[in-house]
Design a binder for this molecule. Structure first.
Ligand SMILES: [Zn+2]
Ligand SMILES: [Zn+2]
Length: 119
């Protein structure tokens, strides 16, 4: 491949933004990637920042799911345990607590698996 701006000079890299071949004079290194010097340096830098931000966001989403899973799990165990202990005294009402507990445990599991997917 030859440089897009100097057809007689062999290219040493390709701009990440416009995919053109670049010689040593035309190439600029931005965050370890090649960009057209004075043309697409900013664009390539923004591309890199965008990718980094996406990575950060998916990590944040994953930890949010894990937090939810722990929260639902704890509250679910609390409700289910309460219903179990109170069953003798409350009867049907205790069943209601157990149902809520089971539902919360289910939500905890769903959040846990959703969080794993985002890792
Ligand atoms: Zn060139
Ligand atoms: Zn370019």
């Amino acid at each position: 491949m030859k440089c897009f701006f100097h057809p007689e000079v062999p290219a040493i890299g390709v701009c990440k933004y416009c995919q053109r071949g670049l010689c040593l004079d035309c190439a600029a290194i931005v965050d370890d990637v090649v960009a057209c010097k004075h043309r697409h340096e900013n664009e390539v830098q923004q591309l890199g920042q965008l990718a980094a931000r996406n990575l950060f966001q998916s990590k944040r989403v994953s930890s949010a799911y894990m937090r939810n899973a722990i929260f639902y799990g704890l509250v679910g165990v609390l409700f289910a345990g309460f219903g179990l202990v109170q069953y003798r005294f409350l009867g049907l009402q205790a069943m209601f607590f157990m149902m809520i507990g089971l539902f919360l445990l289910y939500a905890a599991g769903a959040n846990y698996f959703e969080g794993r997917k985002h890792k």
